[in-house]
Design a protein around this ligand. Structure first.
Ligand SMILES: Nc1ncnc2c1ncn2[C@@H]1O[C@H](COP(=O)(O)OP(=O)(O)OP(=O)(O)O)[C@@H](O)[C@H]1O
Ligand SMILES: [Mg+2]
Length: 451
């Protein structure tokens, strides 16, 4: 709201001074054109002037010397105000003046013209119409060309444009056949998680560009692969999901948190409910866990066959594994047959456990086959891709480039918590909120926290 008022004030100032400068420019020219001819005429006869004419001569020379100077100075000062308010307005729109100038030059610089051929009775007339800035809105610049926009060219030149303009382009949208919008401002702002975002039986995943707030019902959870390089926000994102699960802990049978790397990130959660939450920080505990889970899975399948149901309708068991690659590293310390069993168990669970209500969240820095088995990776149907520079790694997660191209984003440039959600029903660019490490403490003071 305040920003809005600032923009209005600046706009008023700008147009006020445009008016003032134009007015003084007019007065200046008026003076010059009305006084100078008289003055020159009198000056040419300076030796033969009457007293009255001499007075006139002095008067006009004063006007020319003083008033025109004054008008000119007022004109320059108003112009300065116009330029300053214009620059400030641009700043509010997220642009620097040099970027603005470049935007103006952009169609010429990149040759974004559209060639139209008019069949004119006998002759063919080739006409080149350049794209022009139509409007600068908050965060987007719209280009217009009456003959039509070469939309493909903008997309092709996207990298060059970013380099030339020194800004990140989030999206290039075709608005009409003759308009294109370059969105240069982050469409999703960073934010912090608050309790109000909790929902009964739901897990909150963040804010999607097309989907708004993304909630997934505990029963609709699948397996998730969370990929992103160091510092991209994997741990914070898992903490977000875990806190949402803690909020709904009554609806969950068990929550296993596996972190072999540091082993400290998850331990805090154990105090909340020692019966339901189990933290695994050592590889020796992981094999028994997988055995246990396979047993539960088989028992659940037996029950399901007896009841003739296809999907487990009881409470889910959820397993988070942070730094999946560290399993492979540490498994080398196990006996050979144990290592093999562990790998087989994980593969079996990921291939079969989902329908029995056992769901995995697996996070890794790299998704290439040296860090995670391709079969394991393929069984994690929903992919979460946080900042990842390597194109190979991006491809390993998302298969082809289509999603990235469709969303018009670059995962190499993602800010913290930004990711591509690639699931069966949702495919979107998402911002996960920041959630402090100690957020879970609200669950320690009994279950009195509101909804
Ligand atoms: N959604 C977010 N919004 C704002 N800041 C965030 C967000 N997610 C993470 N951060 C910031 O980035 C830092 C690193 O995040 P995080 O520890 O989750 O990265 P990571 O991917 O787990 O890294 P590593 O692979 O090294 O464990 C956090 O300490 C936090 O300050
Ligand atoms: Mg981490």
């Amino acid at each position: 709201m305040k920003e809005y008022l600032k923009v209005i004030t600046l706009t008023i100032i700008k147009y006020f001074f445009i008016t003032v400068s134009l007015w003084f420019l007019f007065v200046l020219f008026y003076t010059i054109f009305s006084d100078i001819p008289t003055f020159l005429h009198l000056a040419s006869n300076i030796n033969n002037l009457s007293t009255y004419e001499l007075e006139q001569y002095v008067k006009h020379s004063k006007i020319i010397a003083n008033e025109t100077n004054a008008y000119f100075i007022v004109f320059l000062i108003s112009l300065l105000f116009v330029v300053v308010s214009h620059i400030l307005l641009l700043k509010k729109k997220g642009l620097t003046y040099s970027q603005y100038i470049k935007f103006k030059l952009l169609p010429h610089f990149f040759g974004f013209f559209k060639k139209i051929e008019k069949e004119n009775s006998s002759k063919k007339i080739n006409k080149y119409l350049f794209d022009k800035i139509y409007k600068i809105k908050n965060g987007e610049i719209i280009f217009y060309n009456p003959a039509g926009i070469d939309y493909e060219k903008y997309n092709k030149e996207k990298d060059n444009l970013e380099h030339y303009l020194n800004l990140t382009i989030y999206k290039i949208d075709k608005i009409f056949p003759n308009k294109v919008a370059i969105k240069y401002k982050d469409p999703l702002e960073k934010f912090t998680f608050t309790r109000e975002l909790f929902k009964k039986d739901m897990v909150y995943f963040g804010r999607g560009f097309n989907s708004g707030d993304i909630y997934i019902h505990l029963k609709d959870l699948t397996h998730y692969l969370i990929v992103g390089q160091s510092g991209s926000g994997k741990s914070v994102f898992q903490n977000l999901l875990i806190n949402n699960i803690l909020f709904n802990l009554e609806q969950v049978e068990k929550l296993f948190l596996v972190d072999l790397k540091a082993g400290v990130e998850f331990t805090q959660y154990q105090k909340i409910d020692k019966n339901k939450i189990e933290v695994i920080s050592d590889i020796s505990q992981l094999l028994p866990l997988t055995r246990n889970l396979i047993e539960i899975m088989e028992n659940r399948y037996k029950t399901m066959i007896e009841q003739d149901i296809k999907n487990w309708n009881g409470k889910p068991i959820l397993i988070f594994i942070d730094e999946y690659a560290s399993i492979k590293d540490q498994a080398q310390n196990l006996e050979k047959n144990e290592n093999k069993e562990l790998n087989n168990n994980i593969r079996t669970l990921l291939a079969k456990a989902r329908a029995s209500g056992i769901k995995f969240f697996i996070a890794t820095q790299k998704a290439t086959s040296d860090s995670i088995d391709t079969t394991v990776r393929e069984n994690l149907q929903t992919k979460i891709l946080l900042r990842t520079v390597s194109k190979d790694a991006q491809r390993a997660v998302l298969g082809g480039k289509e999603v990235i191209e469709e969303l018009g984003v670059d995962p190499a440039k993602f800010d913290k918590g930004r990711y591509i959600f690639f699931g069966d029903t949702i495919q979107d660019l998402v911002q996960a909120p920041f959630i402090p490490d100690d957020f879970y403490k609200i669950f320690l003071k009994g279950q009195s926290n509101g909804k």
